[in-house]
Design a binder for this molecule. Structure first.
Ligand code: ZN
Length: 69
């Protein structure tokens, strides 16, 4: 199922983020830390994708009504 693939991607990205922060701080590399921030934003985007697909799979069309205030 696609939804499971997104979860795997989220887990991999969280692992990359934590690794890059740890190594970046250890060797003092701003490049690694900034890429960790980038990967953290990827986790957010993947999380939104996961949520959106979950809503589709449970047959609630995109739940746009929830997002509108
Ligand atoms: Zn990215």
């Amino acid at each position: 199922m696609k939804n499971k693939n997104i979860l795997v991607a989220i887990i991999i990205n969280v692992f990359i983020t934590i690794s890059e922060v740890a190594v970046g701080l250890f060797i003092g590399s701003l490049a690694l830390i900034s890429d960790a921030v980038h990967n953290f934003s990827d986790v957010g985007a993947l999380g939104l994708s996961w949520w959106g697909e979950k809503e589709i799979l449970t047959s609630r069309p995109l739940a746009i009504d929830k997002l509108e205030c």
